[in-house]
Design a protein around this ligand. Sequence first.
Ligand code: F6P
Length: 369
Amino acid sequence: MAKKTQQKKIKTIGVLTGGGDCPGLNAVVRAVTKTAINRYNLTVIGIYDGFLGLIEKRMKILSYNDTSNILTQGGTILGTSNKANPTKFPVTLDGKTCLRDVRDNCIRNAEEMGIDAIVAIGGDGTMCGAADLAKKGMIFMGVPKTIDNDLPGTEVTFGFNTAVVTATDALDKIHSTASSHHRVMIVEVMGRYAGWIALHAGVASGSDVILIPEIPYNLNSICEFVINRSRHGKRFSIITVAEGAREKGGKMVVSKTIKNSPDPIRLGGIANKLAYEIEKETKLECRSVVLGHIQRGGTPSAFDRTLATSFGNFAIEQLMAGKKNRLVVRRHGELATVALSEIAGKIRTVPADHQLVDAARAVGTIFGE
Ligand code: F6P
């Protein structure tokens, strides 16, 4: 019979926040720390700036008090980084910079701090890093974070709801100025490869046109639609566009490339491009607004606070039950886990036949095809 290897008893937990920040990170850090201390009397070590803190050994014990009063705070008290990739970390030797696999340094640093397992709170890049470090023997439990809501395996990530509330609030404000000036207002929201924010905020605000990466648009269809609206007395239109939306056969609008980032492409500019093209074509006055990082900031919504708290608590319960290298997820409203190796490197996009896409179409919104 194959010998079963006994998992080491967990006494010390590390916790890190990786990738782009998002509302609710502190709520997870708090739930992880308080559950670990209250229920299991564990030592909790905060790792600074995502995997960078593990690579550079920047960590500190988190006390119960350190995580008091942070539930409602945006951002992350641990700091984050979306560039630190433990398998490809830039190291400069004799004036030359090359990418090195520094996973062994991470394992050594964690061992020296007495860390038995790490709760990694992050999105796709962080889960890929965790899956890579797990291959070297580190134990992880992932918690799904991202305003983009595009992690596979879970029906929702924390941070998404707050971003949608922020974007909807902005769109509601745009509505009154669009209507007063009889303009076409084009509002760009985040979402590189997945249009979840645009879809939800677009529906919530009653946008006339929603453009998402999953459904490439046709400029003529959009122009005809807004002209038709103005002919029928609707003298303004609101277009919600995801930053990753593109014209059929066209390319996404890239604003910059970030060296050493696991996903180096940064998007931005599609709203501006559309405003120029629609105004030229229709002669209707157009304006563009880019919401950008406002969607990632501020206090988390009540929904995200509760989701983050239950995710953080569940992460510790699962580790203590002997589960490892899995991602906490929510499916049909219930908490569960999936293997990190199953989801690493994949993203969850909006299916073209999604119920909300259909509902939007039913109330007269177009997707620009
Ligand atoms: O993945 C989260 C996200 O906010 C995306 O929606 C956006 O494209 C990207 O991060 C922006 O990254 P940065 O903070 O590096 O500008």
